[in-house]
Design a protein around this ligand. Structure first.
Ligand code: PLP
Length: 426
């Protein structure tokens, strides 16, 4: 059976397949650049593993207190070397990205300190962590204040505003690398480096933390290469490589990481406790696979942008823009478009492919939300997934794909569903 017949069996018509192939011709150079970055990052990961003499004993399970867990401690050295930091905390006890961010903030801010975001509003879930939306145990409840400087109209940093906002009280500056589900641009590592340099010029001892979610391995440099004191993220996104079933990481200055460890376990105990529960093989191997997994996701995002752009839809970023994270927004312009797109992604999944996504009311949203995901790890957004609120401009946010071919199938399937619904013509 040839590829066309195989795709036909999966429900992709020759018209959609041919359209997809013609789109691909136009992004070949982008794919070459993405492959070169993956190759660089693969070497970086292998180098860090070799330097720390990773061997089979590092995959052993620890239980209970997890004392003398050499595999866990060595994984943290691998992370630290990979991201060129003094220390790292990589634990299954950090249950998600928000938990990792809350940990890094809570551990390094004391009553009377101020947290500053110079890049506008932070990711949704951080509003409760910070106390922008009141919540028990928020930073605000503990006497940590918050200041924010919005980006300028054109998406650039408001340096004057930032200089004015940095005060005696400013202890920590949080910078979100990926736009997440907002409409602002994502920042390159070089841009983040300029911002950090400016902040440190204004106040040399201020701590700069980067929310690195969705950005890891998309470029050759990471924020810790350009002055960040801490980077923070989730293992069910980029760095878990699809294999980590849970977890989060923080890499950075030893003083910051030690405080995070005290906060995670208990003052005095710190990094010494924390059983690995048998997850270390997945963490090591996931990190090993992460460069190619991330490159697959980025290729999927570029392909989606090129395909929908060609059909006249607005896409952010465009297919020609250099990528800083794995997220692709496609403005489908209608409720039906969003449903068809998400049905396509769902029906291309290895898990739950027979399920039909429907718009539904979700807590915390003022409009219905539609989500498509068929993942091995619940909610893992490094796996192929799409979602968005059903409201103008009817944009779906698309991300992930553990393999490029799966991401490609997902996009082809979305095009097929759009075609079948009469929403596009090829
Ligand atoms: C996903 C994400 C988070 C939160 O991570 P969760 O694992 O969903 O808790 C925070 N910031 C950004 C930019 C993200 O993309």
């Amino acid at each position: 059976m040839n590829a066309q017949e195989m795709y036909a069996q999966l429900g992709i018509s020759p018209a959609v397949l041919n359209f997809g192939e013609s789109v691909l011709q136009g992004v070949k150079d982008q794919f070459e650049r993405i492959d070169a970055i993956a190759e660089y990052n693969q070497a970086k990961v292998i180098g860090a593993m070799q330097k720390n003499r990773v061997n089979a004993t590092h995959f052993n399970i620890s239980t209970g207190y997890g004392y003398d867990d050499e595999g866990r401690d060595n994984l943290e050295r691998v992370y630290a070397d990979c991201f060129h930091t003094e220390a790292a905390l990589v634990r299954p006890q950090i249950s998600c990205g928000t938990a990792a961010l809350a940990l890094a903030l809570g551990a390094n801010l004391l009553p009377g300190d101020e947290l500053l975001s110079p890049v506008g509003a932070p990711y949704d879930t951080l509003e409760e962590v910070i106390g922008i939306r009141p919540s028990p145990c928020s930073l605000k409840e503990y006497g940590v204040s918050y200041a924010q400087v919005d980006l300028k109209e054109d998406g650039s940093f408001d340096y004057d505003g930032i200089r004015k906002a940095i005060s005696e009280k400013t202890k920590l500056i949080t910078i979100q690398r990926s736009k997440g589900y907002a409409t602002r641009p994502s920042f390159s590592v070089a841009q983040i480096g300029e911002l950090i340099a400016f902040c440190k010029q204004c106040k040399p001892d201020v701590l700069c933390m980067v929310d690195n979610c969705y950005g890891e391995f998309v470029e050759e440099l990471e924020p810790t290469d350009v002055g960040a004191d801490m980077i923070v993220g989730s293992l069910i996104k980029n760095l878990g490589g699809g294999l980590a079933p849970t977890g989060g990481y923080i890499c950075g200055k030893k003083a910051c990481i030690d405080r995070c460890a005290y906060r995670l376990s208990a003052p005095g105990l710190g990094k010494e406790v924390g059983a690995n529960l048998g997850l270390l093989t997945a963490f090591y191997q996931g990190l090993f696979l992460a460069p190619t997994v991330v490159s697959s996701a980025v290729k999927g995002a570029v392909f989606a942008a090129a395909a929908y752009e060609k059909l006249g839809f607005r896409v952010v970023p465009t297919s020609r823009e250099v990528r800083h994270d794995i997220i692709q927004a496609v403005e489908l312009g209608s409720r039906d478009g969003m449903i068809a797109f998400c049905k396509g992604i769902q029906s291309a999944a290895p898990v739950d492919s027979y399920v039909t996504p429907e718009p539904w009311a979700m807590p915390g949203y003022d409009s219905d939300v539609i989500m498509a995901a068929g993942a091995f790890v619940q909610g893992a957004s490094i796996e192929l997934s799409a979602d968005g609120p059903i409201r103008d401009p009817y944009a779906v946010y698309f991300q992930g794909g553990l393999t490029w071919y799966h991401a490609k199938l997902g996009i082809l399937m979305s095009l097929q569903k759009m075609l079948d619904a009469g929403l596009i013509t090829l």
